[in-house]
Design a protein around this ligand. Structure first.
Ligand code: AKG
Ligand code: FE2
Length: 443
């Protein structure tokens, strides 16, 4: 759900000194690409997201110009999802000293290319080429089925997230709900937590099957984290990654009803998870493509193949489609949210599932950390707990985290220009200035 209510702070920040530093999960436009894409998708559902993105870029990010161009165009023929067969990449990968692994850890060169989609099915390839690992046939078959049946029933009352952007009402192209462990937490979620400037209206108490499966997900994700650190990072966790066991205590459940339902490119919000967050994502029902692409600073000098600390620009721009069948657990590792974006692409065709029909259910289990409860985090000039973001696009300050006003992301809401660099200890615990209102504030 993060993608469709994520929006950049407007350009009119009265803090010019901060403007060069400030960027977020999305491109450098005044609205996030995801919001623009969601808007275009709702106005032109006959076009796929790739076409929309291409045209949006060709029109310098202008939704209006893109929409006009689309109105004058015939929908392109779409490729059928899943038709690109891939067995294994292992036989022809190139090894090189890689991007961030510690000495001794191996890294394989990305084989994706700008403008092309590399389709991966094999968990070994997925672990090699993306910040994710996948466990197929994760649950015992009857448990997966029980969970699916339970959530299909729940999803009958899920809703699309709708929001207003300029003069248009845009709705997320799938439905969802959020589950927490107790009624007390439910109340807190609805009254204290803020998501892109708004409160969640549909928060539910965890269901029996979600609760049962949570334990298995927790164990598997912790095993995968340990394995990842051992095999990819020379036994050393990432800076700011929490050394504590990953402890799922909340879950977003998404329902994609039919091939056109999707989620746009986004990174998941770190506000309540902290830096270098890990997420456990369980897929049920119809197989869909989970796409990932790396985000690198865009100031023209990231094509440097000679530097072992960078991935070439072309490699970085390619997208990878991970095919997620029924009962597969995908772990988004600590490298993911800061450096990559993900999406569920609309599909031209799907294979119906015997129980779910045209639906895919996805559960993202998350570890909401007490240290990041809104009662602890900085509050902006509007007296609302801030959103935590990371500089993704600008080379200057790339990878630095910052707290900012949520309301700047909400169409029609003025918000304030609160900005404060976020500080953490080595283990990602926040260090707040004694007076959190120390950030720059102005109305
Ligand atoms: O459906 C999926 O696999 C991904 C969902 C997602 O990215 C999200 O809810 O943030
Ligand atoms: Fe996500």
């Amino acid at each position: 759900m993060d993608a469709f209510i994520t929006r950049r702070k407007r350009k009119s920040s009265p803090e010019p000194a901060l403007q060069t530093n400030r960027t977020d999960e999305d491109d450098d436009g005044e609205d996030s690409t995801d919001v623009k894409l969601a808007m275009l998708a709702s106005l032109h559902p006959e076009f796929d997201q790739e076409t929309l993105l291409d045209l949006l870029l060709a029109h310098d990010g202008s939704v209006q110009a893109t929409s006009q161009a689309l109105s004058a165009r015939l929908p392109p023929r779409k490729s059928v999802a899943g038709t690109v067969a891939q067995t294994s990449l292992r036989s022809f990968t190139l090894e090189h000293a890689g991007n961030s692994p510690a000495p001794g850890a191996k890294r394989t060169k990305l084989l994706s290319r700008k403008g092309a989609t590399l389709h991966l099915y094999d968990p070994v390839d997925i672990a090699e080429h993306t910040p994710c690992t996948v466990l197929l046939n994760f649950l015992p078959a009857d448990e997966a089925n029980d969970l699916l049946v339970e959530l299909l029933e729940e999803s009958k009352t899920f809703e699309k997230i709708t929001f207003k952007l300029f003069d248009n009402v845009v709705s997320s192209p799938h439905t969802s709900s959020f589950y927490v462990e107790s009624y007390d937490e439910r109340d807190q979620q609805m009254h204290e937590y803020v998501y892109n400037g708004a409160r969640l209206t549909d928060v539910r108490k965890i269901t029996p099957m979600l609760e049962k499966v949570k334990t298995r997900v927790g164990e598997a994700v912790n095993r995968e984290i340990a394995e990842r650190i051992r095999t990819r990072h020379g036994g050393k966790k990432l800076k700011y990654q929490s050394p504590k066991p990953w402890c799922p205590n909340a879950a977003f459940v998404n329902c994609y009803n039919g091939p056109q339902e999707s989620v746009g490119w986004h990174s998941d919000q770190l506000t309540y998870l902290g830096p270098r967050a890990v997420i456990g994502s369980l897929s049920l029902g119809v197989t869909r493509e989970f796409r990932v692409r790396r985000v690198l600073p865009k100031d023209g000098d990231n094509d440097d193949n000679t530097n072992n600390n960078t991935v070439s620009g072309a490699d970085a721009e390619g997208q990878i489609a991970i095919h997620l069948p029924h009962n597969s657990l995908l772990v988004m590792h600590a490298e993911m949210q800061e450096e990559w974006k993900h999406s569920i692409a609309p599909a031209a065709a799907i294979d119906p599932h015997p129980v779910a029909g045209r639906r895919r259910i996805n559960i993202t289990y998350r570890d909401y950390r007490e240290e990041f409860h809104p009662r602890h985090t900085p509050r902006c000039g509007c007296d609302v707990a801030c959103v935590l973001r990371v500089v993704q696009r600008k080379r200057e300050n790339w990878g630095r985290y910052f707290w900012m006003c949520h309301a700047g992301n909400v169409p029609g809401k003025a918000g304030c220009s609160f900005f404060q660099w976020a500080e953490f200890d080595e283990d990602g615990n926040p260090r707040f200035p004694r007076d959190s209102s120390k950030g720059s504030k102005s109305k």
